[in-house]
Design a protein around this ligand. Sequence first.
Ligand code: KIV
Length: 300
Amino acid sequence: MAYLKQQRPEKVTVPSLRASKERGERLVCLTAYDYPTARIVDEAGTDIILVGDSVGNVVLGYDTTVPVTLDEMVRHTRAVRRGTERALLVADMPYGSYHTGADDAVRAALRLVKEGGAEAVKLEGGRARVETVGRLVAEEIPVMGHIGLTPQSVNKLGGFRLQGKTAEAARALVEDARALEAAGAFALVLEVVPREIARIVTASVSIPTIGIGAGEHCDAQVLVIHDLLGLSFSPTRPRFVRQYADLRAQMTEAISRFAEDVRGGAYPAENESYPLPREAAAELEAAPISTEGDAGVERP
Ligand code: KIV
């Protein structure tokens, strides 16, 4: 696995992403929420690791990303930080952490950077976020934008649907993208928009676009790692999710085999436990410990 990282050993940084776009290189982005996953994702050569607030859906069992707290994001970001070397580490600003003013946004982002170890933060919204993005960038915090389907707006949108379907909505998306770039965003997630619109947005900005359900014209592609690995419990699978493994089935099978071995007495085998040193065994044979009493349990 680590061979992919060996092929591209150089650390991914905010400036190197723009250079990659200029060279026409396609970038790879995945989510991670814990240390082991971060290690695997990083060692496999992923360019950007996003500690998404999708942690709420796929790890914490919430229905939406709305309840995810800043403390939860900081905790998961710290774990991912410990497992990440090469990839650029981006953490999502959770709902509510940047909606009450630029000062609050800076405070929240600083926690993700200083306590969590994130190298950049991501927040949702277009022109309405320009002031916040500008302020964060002025405080040396790189910002990734996120437009199109913005899951934190689920209550306003009334569900998760394709965005940018009309010419007017498409124009608005291009304006949002340009405004975020002008405010200093270094990259932009485009979520669930028609591929033609993603192509226009990608051509309209000089920062990389990172598509999820936005077609092949984006500079980078991102998926939620649980979707890619078949670990998601979502009742529906959006058309853009390509599942590369069925870890849920593999885990269920492994756990069932363990349970069968335990129940049938096949686990643990002799070489999976520790013998008592000979001297102690001799001592105990000479003066046995009584197994009689309240705590003694008879086994067949
Ligand atoms: O929270 C998340 O995982 C995201 C990606 C899907 C872009 O925002």
